[in-house]
Write a protein that binds this ligand. Structure first.
Ligand code: NAG
Length: 330
């Protein structure tokens, strides 16, 4: 027998569940809406086509998004935050006369901690870092989805593309981006009670930060891997082979994740109610170097990894008491 949610769940909790369910269906909903417009009538079809043409030429995702503050401040995101709950804390203040490249780890299934803490004001990120304008970056393909792309842009989410990072970090002081560095490879390792990162092969972000003299901020999200289970995919398994082939065609990997349901606790694609604590580490100031040597890149990568490890070690017992493995950085 599946474990059903009791009927007397208090209203605030129902509201939290509804907001997460809404987020889970948002992409299909946006696509459905666009198809409806295309099919409904001549008038709606014209609207859809004009919108499509406008999207084709819109470059906002490569120019640091199109921030709309009231959308970031909706109560919806506070309910969403409290479902888990998700919180944000910092190890150091960040001087708004500098620029920053935040790295976020681990990727998790869809980096919901980064979305909530940085992509909305639910954790008061703008108050926590006065004078900073942090753009959360995500796969460029997300900006091809009708309407969803506009919601992302309004939430100050932009494209994780070199072009966009150069545009933002080339801007005014206080400009910042947050990159989920592990990418699709790390998403395949997103399993509860483990923290396996793909980081040693990543040097591009160091190069970009050096080109602009931006400071690096290692950020660790305790619990990001705990909110969904994933179908076992050990190296060499059929599931993993399929995921790896798929990843070489698309830029993301098909994660076979599962969690709880809306009305049941055993099966479904809803995440589990488990806490995520996002901690931003101490900034690592970099000089401005246009053409760094391999040795320089590796040295700053070493400093970055040391900073990340420091954050992990400081809070692992407090925020990951049930962990089954320590931080693995490969
Ligand atoms: C965010 O700021 C508001 C207003 O100052 C406050 O009421 C709220 O508790 C804060 N939320 C968090 C998560 O700190």
């Amino acid at each position: 027998m599946p474990k059903f949610a009791p009927l007397n769940v208090p209203f605030p909790r129902r509201r939290q569940t509804a907001s997460v369910a809404f987020w889970m269906i948002l992409v299909p909903l946006c696509i459905f809406l666009f198809l409806e417009l295309l099919l409904l009538s001549y008038v709606t079809r014209s609207i859809a086509l004009v919108y499509f043409l406008w999207v084709m030429q819109d470059q906002a995702h490569n120019q640091g998004a199109r921030r709309v503050d009231w959308l970031r401040k909706l109560s919806l995101w506070v309910w969403f935050r409290d479902f888990f709950p998700i919180s944000l804390r910092k190890e150091a203040d960040l001087d708004p006369s500098k620029k920053y490249l935040f790295g976020y780890h681990p990727h998790g299934v869809i980096s919901l901690g980064a979305f909530t803490a940085i992509g909305t004001e639910a954790c008061n990120v703008s108050t926590l870092f006065p004078g900073l304008n942090i753009r959360l970056l995500t796969l460029e393909s997300n900006f091809k989805i009708p309407f969803f792309r506009d919601i992302l842009l309004a939430l100050n989410v932009a494209s994780a593309d070199r072009k966009c990072i150069n545009h933002v970090l080339g801007g005014e002081p206080g400009s910042a981006v947050m990159l989920v560095l592990g990418g699709a490879a790390e998403a395949m390792e997103a399993k509860p009670n483990t923290n396996t990162l793909v980081l040693k092969t990543r040097l591009g972000f160091i190069k970009l930060a050096l080109a602009h003299g931006a400071s690096l901020v290692p950020t660790f999200a305790f619990g990001e891997n705990d909110i969904w289970d994933q179908v076992p995919n050990p190296k060499g398994s059929l599931v993993r082979k399929f995921q790896t082939i798929f990843k070489s065609f698309a830029s993301f990997s098909p994660i076979l994740f599962h969690g709880r349901g809306i009305f049941t606790y055993d099966y479904g694609i809803m995440p589990y109610r488990r806490p995520i604590t996002v901690v931003t580490g101490k900034p690592i100031d970099l000089p401005k170097i246009e053409q760094p040597t391999e040795k320089e890149l590796l040295e700053y990568q070493r400093q970055y990894i040391a900073g990340l490890q420091e954050v992990y070690d400081k809070y692992k017992d407090e925020f990951l008491p049930g962990r089954k493995a320590e931080l693995i950085i490969s």
